[in-house]
Structure formats: structure tokens, C-alpha cells
Design a binder for this molecule. Structure first.
Ligand SMILES: *Cc1c(COP(=O)(O)O)cnc(C)c1O
Length: 454
């Protein structure tokens, strides 16, 4: 299994190459050269399923020990008391809790898997690497926890200063490992993402083989999110259930797309976005426009240029790299593109989308408590609200992506009482924090990363 780029790169990259590069040499994203057909049970034990999936996608170039270690870590982050954390809320409605890992958010699944794979790939090449990532909160926390103490990886995390929740910040900044640096940028998440893109494109850093990303542009991360779609569908007992996915960078939703593409028991996908709804406008109105991101209750979804939309465009266009390149070149240069009617309807056939307002988010939190006795986070509320609006004609699985206590202010206002704080979060308050503050300035960011990697 080799990997190609969405903008025309057709070299023979292995999984290890795609993992360590992050971005493809054509400036696009890596995708498998072709979609493989699994010859194994897609509904079996989570650890075995994950090992088989990793092998199917060529991760075994890193050796079977690395595959087993990665599967074990992601399984530990997923299961709750040894069980698939799926709860039936009503007829035709289930919720999958993806926050039983170390930072209480779904990004743990991908990151817990990615850390041992990255270490294995670097060991194989006898190299070290600086990983940079932009985070709206949860990615950074999950990455810091997963990579802290790694001998071959230095990790630099850029977050929008003051725009992540206190718990998200503490989960990053209270880690004292020498190989981790937290940077608070005076800007929004898209500014952080632009800094990371600039760093990844820097010829000097790249030439030294120094730099890569753990953002969801990285194929290695997406793979960690495929198995839970299959496990949830199996546990629900439903035939091709719809999945309603709270969406920011479209990484989680694209993993669901992969689960369906390889023949899993996965029905239509619905991307639920907050008021930062560039993705919804692209799919429903055919215009993809970059706007300034605004702060929402579901802060980890405050994304206006969702990076994995490129993978979806590539697939919906029939894997047409020229179309994909033209679209994203124009988007990069002007911040606005009109999709052809053909492309728009092809996109709609793959994924539907809707926008959920802040008020609807609060209402869904209140409803989840009243109707189902569940305390949910704002991201989960966005997907629940979208699912309820869609109706109950088909079985739907709502993804619950974080523990409510990570976002206490909004949840408390919506519920009238504070979510219970798990011990793991309580223990972070008062610990010393490690953070570097930075102006929204790419040159300064470059100097910082060069200094840290030296
Ligand atoms: C990152 C995140 C999302 C959005 O996931 P994408 O893969 O970026 O679409 C949703 N909910 C939570 C809690 C997150 O941390």
C-alpha cells in the first residue's frame, strides 16, 4: 500500500513516509494510492480490528510490534471498562462516547496511536523529528500527552492565546517534558494553522528533514479514527446507521468516510458544524469562502478552512488531482471559490451538512439532560442538535467528542448546574504552567522552532 498526493504527487511513498512528511510534496494531502478491500471481519474485537486495519493500510512497514503497540494504545483510549462506549438515547438514536482517553476528548484515539508509530518510523531511520501542530484546544492536549517524553520527537504546539478552555490549556501547559513546547499565538485558530503551514513549507527546516505535523492533515492520525465507526455500528445492531459528526477540520468525518469506503457497515455521513460554517456553505451552496473564524461554544470546531475538505474534494471529483489542485490553489490565493455544479452534487452524495447555532447548541445540552439524563459537551450538542433536526427515520449514531467538564462555563449556563469534574482534570489546577507567548508573526514562529530544534 503506497500513498499519493491530492494534487498530483504520484511517487511511491510508504505509510512511514506519509506519516513523517505530513503534507505531500505537491502541497496537497496524502491519500492511499487505491482503496483496499479488507479480507477480515470489520465487526470483531477492537484491538484485532485495529491491527488488521493498520496492516491493510501498510502500517506493517514499521513492523508488527509497532502495529500491535499502536493498536493497544488506541484501544485503551477508546474502550470504557472494556466495552464499546455506545449508549442508546431513543429509538433510532445512539451516542458514541469518544472521550475515555487521557485528555477526555476523541483526539486521544488518533494521537495515542500516532506516537508509537512515529517513534517506530524514526527509529527505523535513526532520525529525530520536530512535530508542529496548530490546535484549537483538544489536538494540542492530546498530542502533548501522547508525545511527552518521546526520545525522537520534539513537539511544538501553537494554540490561539486565550481562546482555548482553561482545562484544555492546563492539559497542555502542565506537562513539563523537555521535548514539548506550548506556544500561545495572539490570533485565532486559522492564524495558528497558517503558521504551521508556513513552517511546514520552509525549505530550510524541510531540507534538514526536521519538520512534520500531527494535525489532521496527517494520514497517520486519520487511521486511528476509522475503527470506532465500525465498532459503533456493530454495537448498535443497526443496518448501515447514519453517523452525525461534529466537524471542524473534517478529519473525524473523513475517517468515517474511509470506514464506509472500505465496505464497513456505515451509512450516510452528516457533518454538523457551528457558526463557522464554510464547509456547510460549500456543500449546500457551492461556494467555499474563507472568513475570519469566530469564537463558539464548540471551540474545537472554530475552523473556517477545514483541511480535510481537500481529501473529500479529491474523492468526490473522481480522484481528479488537477481539479483538486486548481480549486485549492484558487482558494489559497483568493479565499473564495465557486464549485462546479457537478462537483457540488458529487460532494453532497458523499456527505451532507448542516449548521447549528449557539442557541441550538445550548438547547441540545439542556435537552440531553432532560430527555436522556446525559451531560454533554458543546461539540456533542452540535451533533445531537443536527441529528434531532434531521428526524428519526433512519438509525443515527451521534459522536460525542469530549467530556462536558472540559467546557464548564457554557455547559453550566445551559444546564443550570456544573458538570461533574473528573479527578484527572481537578488535579491539574494549581500545577506550574509552561507556555511561550507569540505575536501572530510567521518569522518569529520560525525562529522559535529553529531554536527549539537546534
Ligand atoms: C477536534 C474536535 C472536533 C472536530 O473534529 P475534526 O476532525 O477537526 O472535524 C470535534 N469535537 C471535539 C471535542 C474536538 O476536539
Amino acid at each position: 500500500m503506497n500513498y499519493v498526493g491530492t494534487r498530483g504527487f504520484a511517487g511511491d511513498k510508504t505509510f512511514a513516509g506519509a506519516l513523517l512528511d505530513g503534507l505531500a510534496p505537491d502541497g496537497g494531502l496524502y491519500v492511499p494510492a487505491e482503496w483496499p478491500t479488507p479480507g477480515f471481519d470489520l465487526a470483531g474485537d477492537y484491538g484485532t480490528l485495529t491491527e488488521n486495519l493498520l496492516t491493510l493500510f501498510g502500517v506493517d512497514v514499521l513492523g508488527t510490534d509497532a502495529v500491535k503497540a499502536a493498536a493497544a494504545r488506541t484501544k485503551a483510549a477508546f474502550l470504557n471498562d472494556g466495552k464499546v462506549p455506545l449508549t442508546q438515547l431513543a429509538d433510532n438514536l445512539w451516542m458514541l462516547e469518544l472521550w475515555h482517553g487521557p485528555t477526555l476528548a476523541f483526539k486521544d484515539m488518533a494521537m495515542q496511536m500516532m506516537a508509537p508509530l512515529t517513534d517506530a518510523a524514526l527509529k527505523q531511520r535513526n532520525e529525530t523529528l520536530t512535530l508542529v501542530t496548530a490546535t484549537s484546544g483538544d489536538t494540542g492536549a492530546a498530542a502533548v500527552r501522547a508525545f511527552a517524553g518521546s526520545e525522537r520527537v520534539r513537539l511544538v504546539v501553537f494554540h490561539p492565546l486565550g481562546r482555548v478552555s482553561p482545562v484544555q490549556r492546563l492539559q497542555m501547559t502542565t506537562v513539563q517534558a523537555d521535548n514539548v513546547m506550548n506556544v500561545g499565538v495572539e490570533g485565532d485558530f486559522d492564524d495558528c494553522q497558517a503558521i504551521v503551514k508556513a513552517l511546514l513549507g520552509d525549505a530550510g527546516l524541510k531540507q534538514n528533514g526536521l519538520i512534520s505535523s500531527v494535525n489532521s492533515i496527517n494520514w497517520g492520525r486519520l487511521l486511528g479514527q476509522v475503527p470506532y465507526y465500525l465498532a459503533a455500528a456493530a454495537a448498535s445492531g443497526a443496518d448501515t446507521p447514519d453517523f452525525v459528526v461534529p466537524t471542524g477540520n473534517f478529519g473525524d468525518a473523513f475517517a468515517g468516510w474511509v470506514a464506509r469506503r472500505i465496505g464497513g457497515n456505515v451509512g450516510p455521513l452528516h457533518a454538523a458544524v457551528n457558526q463557522n460554517d464554510a464547509l456547510n456553505q460549500a456543500i449546500n451552496e457551492g461556494r467555499y469562502i474563507r472568513r475570519q473564524a469566530v469564537e463558539s461554544a464548540s471551540v474545537s470546531m472554530d475552523v473556517q478552512a477545514p483541511s480535510n475538505f481537500e481529501r473529500l474534494v479529491f474523492e468526490a471529483s473522481g480522484r481528479n488531482a488537477a481539479t483538486t489542485k486548481a480549486l485549492f490553489d484558487t482558494f489559497g490565493a483568493t479565499g473564495a471559490v465557486t464549485l462546479s455544479p457537478d462537483l457540488q452534487s458529487a460532494l453532497k452524495a458523499e456527505v451532507t451538512a448542516s449548521t447549528v447555532s449557539e442557541e441550538e447548541t445550548a438547547q441540545a445540552i439542556a435537552h440531553a439532560w432532560k430527555a436522556y439524563g446525559q451531560v454533554i459537551c458543546p461539540h456533542t450538542a452540535v451533533s445531537l442538535s443536527a441529528a434531532l433536526k434531521r428526524g428519526s427515520d433512519r438509525p443515527q449514531i451521534v459522536l460525542s467528542t469530549a467530556h462536558a467538564a472540559k467546557f464548564p462555563d457554557f455547559v453550566t449556563r445551559a444546564l443550570g448546574f456544573a458538570p461533574k469534574v473528573p479527578d484527572a482534570i481537578q488535579a491539574l489546577y494549581g500545577l506550574p504552567e509552561k507556555i511561550v507567548e507569540l505575536k501572530n508573526d510567521r518569522t518569529a514562529a520560525l525562529d522559535l522552532v529553529k531554536g527549539f530544534s537546534a
